[in-house]
Ligand binder design. Structure first.
Ligand code: ARG
Length: 457
């Protein structure tokens, strides 16, 4: 295969070196961006009087033809091409002759590749944002249906205080809403055009970087040509936002895996989103959630790949940077797949409120409420805390609960206890009265859902 750069050397590489050097297997995903970038560049070359309008017209229709033919499958990307940039340029020249050879005036593959990547990642980031929104919408729907469903809230994986299931899962919706902010921030930071930086030092031609930036929908042109070709912080930033997003999905998955276990039985996944065992007939496994948890590691790995790739690089372009694409593509593909599976897995899940309530009724998760009851009657909190602890110990010893302990036994510990203690330790009361802003009361759950729907979705 002929090389774009044959001249100083013959370009006749060892087959193994060619194979090693080649990026076509993965950068062909940016074919459309490469062609659109070239079209913007060519139009600018004509407008700036650098290449004749006639030649540029031939280039533009040639590029348009290549794009269409690729889309319709009339031509295939040559797997032996060095990279997508070479493929498009050779194909153009094959079609239109010498005019094709003018396209690369005032351009280098160094600004071209990072342009393609920025264009590609802007589009992909927008897709991740919309998939994240779809998941938040699915969470808010489940939360709305479960605004009054009482479950035990946990710390240290020990039953701690009663919450509503809606409140508990909305925590993930808010985490995801910050992921959207991080993704949008990464998109904003990548929204400047490197085109015209050329190899790294700019060019002697009177190019119009503002024109190409504008026609490719960038907010402007990167101010420093060395920075423009040398950095990949936009990939790192995106991979970092995706890693945090995956952390949230992974924690959520872990909870779903716990909740679907026979020990919890808080929820059941639809058959469409569960698997069985090849040997144990009774098994119903939460493989989708486990895979999301498992794939989180891949995305972290991609982030570390990118960070490590960058850390020792002298300015400006180095071939190491070719490694950016597989890492960020994998991070994107993985996150998109996980988000796409998560939303319907959640929407089709059956919630078992009765099992949640049963778990909430055991384990003295209303003990804080019993202590607060005494505080409201004038006892200092620390004293009330200790006394309630004794009460719990007594219940455990006599196999009773705070809900059914006789009033006389309450009063044996404090005369402040009256008949209304039963109302105070009732689980529904416990959640309904947690009306503080952002608390677990059904009212607050609805307010949170409204906030997400108005501000995020
Ligand atoms: N395939 C290369 C990459 O992905 C394209 C840029 C090549 N530039 C160069 N100076 N060799 O980074």
């Amino acid at each position: 295969m002929e090389k774009l750069w044959a001249g100083r050397t013959t370009g006749g590489n060892a087959a193994l070196a060619d194979e090693f050097n080649r990026s076509i297997a993965f950068d062909s995903r940016m074919a459309e961006e490469d062609i659109r970038g070239s079209m913007a560049h060519a139009a600018m070359l004509a407008a700036s009087g650098i290449v004749s309008q006639e030649s540029v017209d031939a280039i533009l229709s040639g590029l348009e033809g290549i794009l269409n033919d690729l889309k319709c499958g009339i031509i295939k990307i040559d797997p032996l091409a060095e990279d997508i940039h070479s493929f498009v340029e050779f194909e153009l020249t094959r079609r239109i002759g010498d005019d094709g050879k003018k396209l690369h005036t005032a351009r280098s593959r160094n600004d071209q590749v990072t342009l393609d990547l920025r264009l590609f990642l802007k589009k992909e980031t927008a897709q991740v944002v919309s998939l994240t929104k779809a998941l938040i919408a699915a969470i808010t729907d489940v939360a709305e249906a479960n605004a009054e469903t009482v479950m035990p809230g946990y710390t240290h994986l020990q039953r701690a205080q009663p919450v509503t299931f809606g409140h508990w899962i909305l925590a993930y919706a808010f985490m995801l809403s910050r992921d959207i902010a991080r993704l949008n921030n990464a998109a904003d930071n990548m929204n400047l055009s490197p085109l015209g930086a050329c190899a790294f030092a700019g060019t002697t031609y009177s190019i119009d970087r503002g024109m190409t930036a504008k026609s490719l929908d960038f907010a402007g042109a990167l101010p420093n040509s060395v920075d423009a070709v040398a950095d990949r912080d936009f990939c790192v930033e995106l991979a970092s936002a995706l890693s945090i997003l995956m952390t949230h999905l992974s924690r959520f998955s872990e909870e779903i895996i716990l909740w679907t276990s026979w020990e919890f039985q808080f929820v059941e996944l639809a058959d469409e989103f569960s698997t069985g065992s090849s040997i144990m007939p009774q098994k119903k496994n939460s493989d989708m959630a486990e895979l999301v948890r498992g794939k989180t590691g891949r995305v972290y790995g991609d982030l570390i790949t990118l960070l490590t790739m960058m850390k020792g690089l002298p300015l400006a372009y180095n071939k190491d940077l070719q490694e950016d694409k597989e890492a960020i593509f994998d991070a994107l593909d993985t996150a998109k797949l996980c988000l796409a599976v998560f939303a319907p897995m959640l929407s089709t899940m059956t919630v078992h409120p009765e099992n949640m309530r049963k778990a909430a009724a055991e384990g003295f998760i209303n003990a804080t409420d019993a202590a607060d009851y005494l505080v409201k009657k004038g006892m200092p909190f620390r004293t009330a805390y200790k006394l309630t602890g004794q009460l719990v110990a007594k219940c455990i010893a006599t196999r009773q609960t705070l809900e059914n302990l006789p009033l006389s036994e309450y009063q044996a510990l404090s005369e402040l206890f009256e008949q209304d203690i039963y109302e105070a330790v009732n689980l529904d009361t416990c959640v309904k009265t947690r009306i503080s802003e952002g608390g677990t009361s059904p009212e607050s759950v609805h307010a949170q859902i409204r906030q997400l729907r108005e501000k995020v979705l």
